[in-house]
Design a protein around this ligand. Structure first.
Ligand code: HEC
Length: 496
């Protein structure tokens, strides 16, 4: 055994390369707060392993992706568990990475001389979010489809290059098979490759610049003397990385492994939930949790702010993160003496938490609440033919008034319908109802042809002021006279 090891050692000389990085001294004050980076790294390596296993089965084609995931979920032994490990691994990786970043920020570890370590870390974070997004798309289900749609709608707003960028990422003007191939290439080659390279640089920098000492309030970073003091202190009071710090890292990694297996076992894989079908509007697509806050912002934002926030905010955030070590590269490190930094972190947490909470409540398509069960005003149904009355029932039951007012009451998302007959003819109304458009859902699949006929007949009677006027010629039954129309009880419609 020893001879084999020596044979390799003679050629590789690992003792000289790895030895020092294992035994290099780290500040003895670096304790449990310092384990999150290693946890992230361990989760990443696990992601690579589960990812490779998944890639053995997954088919990155629009036709078969969904089926191959269902195969994993239901047919392949432990396939569901593999998928669960991969998705929960990604959740935990993003969570651990965020904690690591916040810890580094609050401990002032981004200050001189570790600026580059921080910047590479920010790039790692961006790539990891990219992995999350592309991975979610590979699921190729409703969430994936709409997530991609929203992502691309955001990308399309980038000035000048937006449309070209969307075309490039999607591999065409629409979301299709080519898009899936591109996201697959991003998810398994481009982004992991970048991550591995960046992690290499990041670790090299960690070794070269040393692990940040736990800051003491009042001890300032002075660019002239910092390195010298650090080296002196670390040699005097530090301890070798292995086994002390490494041991803590391993315990932490074991814990997060346990957490990962528990989550995977308890909650299982994510989706796939429903084939992607742009025709289905009665779906409530949701991004994975780390994008929930963005989702909420998009859902709740007043439209005139969208472009600024969608394009401006990420650029601003990335810019601030990258510039951070240059904006405050020296001075106080301890969080107790950096109230603005602490406030900033608290503010960020509250915002993200609040938005994530809202995202779970924010309606994607309008929630049809009972309030629009307000009865159709009686003058709108008086003297109508049975067919037209049936149409009034459709308006009532399908809750069109969530978005359309009658007699000033009802939603204002769409135009009031009091005088719709003066604006549109029957064909146009049918088209609008069946196909939707302009922010109105398509009702084609949710109305029978006779309901569509009826609702059109009813809407064609709405001429504005003249509510008791002759109804349209669209009616299929002979016009009843005023006398033989039974009194109409709006309450009945309500009860119905
Ligand atoms: C989610 C909200 C919403 C719901 C629910 C809704 N609509 Fe609409 N509707 C709209 C919007 C928004 C427009 C405007 C479309 C446009 O500007 O192109 C519209 C337009 C219309 C128009 C054309 C009006 C005009 O003057 O141009 C008709 C007719 C119509 N809707 C009928 C209906 C009927 C019937 C129902 C129920 C089956 C319904 N709508 C349900 C949002 C809605």
């Amino acid at each position: 055994m020893a001879r084999i090891i020596d044979w390799f050692e003679e050629r590789l000389g690992l003792k000289d390369t790895l030895g020092p990085s294992m035994s290099h001294a780290v500040p003895s004050s670096a304790k449990w707060w310092y384990v999150f980076g290693s946890m992230t790294l361990m989760l990443f390596m696990l992601q690579i392993m589960t990812g490779i296993c998944l890639a053995l089965v997954y088919v990155p084609s629009a036709d078969e992706a969904y089926a191959s995931l269902e195969y994993l979920n239901y047919d392949q032994t432990m396939g569901w568990f593999l998928r669960a490990l991969h998705v929960w691994g990604s959740h935990l990786m993003i969570a651990m990475m965020s904690i690591h970043m916040i810890q580094v920020f609050l401990f002032g570890a981004f200050k001189y001389p570790r600026e580059l370590t921080w910047i590479v870390g920010v790039l790692l974070f961006v790539c990891t979010l990219g992995m999350g997004f592309t991975g979610q798309v590979l699921r190729w289900d409703q969430d994936a489809y709409w997530g991609m749609g929203v992502g691309m709608a955001m990308a399309g707003r980038v000035p000048f290059i937006g449309p070209g960028l969307v075309q490039f990422v999607l591999g065409g003007p629409i979301i299709g098979g080519e898009s899936l191939s591109r996201f697959f290439a991003l998810h398994v080659f481009v982004l992991p490759g970048s991550l591995i390279a960046l992690i290499g640089v990041h670790l090299l920098l960690v070794i070269k610049c040393g692990i940040n000492e736990t800051p003491t309030p009042g001890v300032l970073v002075d660019k002239k003397t910092y390195r010298e003091t650090y080296e002196r202190e670390v040699h005097k009071r530090g301890m070798p990385f292995f086994p002390n710090a490494a041991g803590r890292d391993m315990i932490a990694c074991g814990l997060v492994l346990g957490l990962l297996f528990t989550c995977a076992m308890l909650f299982g894989p994510a989706g796939p939930n429903g084939k992607p079908d742009p025709m289905l509007i009665h779906t409530a697509p949701r991004p994975d949790f780390w994008f929930q806050s963005i989702f909420a912002v998009l859902a709740l934002l007043p439209p005139y702010m969208e472009t600024f926030l969608i394009i401006g905010f990420p650029v601003l955030a990335a810019g601030v993160l990258i510039m951070l070590p240059f904006l405050s590269g020296d001075g106080e490190k301890h969080w107790r003496r950096r109230p603005i930094s602490v406030l900033f972190v608290v503010f960020l947490m509250v915002c993200l938490g609040g938005l994530t909470y809202l995202a779970y409540k924010a309606p994607w398509s309008p929630v049809m609440q009972a309030w629009s069960g307000i009865p159709t005003p009686v003058q709108y149904v008086q003297g109508r033919s049975p067919l037209e009355l049936q149409g009034a029932m459709v308006v009532q039951n399908k809750q069109c008034r969530n978005c359309h007012a009658l007699d000033g009451r009802g939603g204002h998302r769409g135009p009031a319908l009091d005088d719709v007959a003066t604006r549109l003819n029957a064909d146009q109304i049918i088209r609008q109802v069946i196909q939707g458009g302009g922010n109105m859902p398509a009702y084609g699949k949710h109305l029978t042809p006779s309901e569509t006929t009826a609702v059109t007949a009813f809407l064609m009677t709405l001429h504005g002021q003249n509510m008791h006027e002759e109804a349209s010629g669209f009616s299929m039954t002979p016009r009843p006279t005023q006398q033989d129309v039974p009194p109409f009880f709006p309450e009945r419609i309500d009860a119905y």
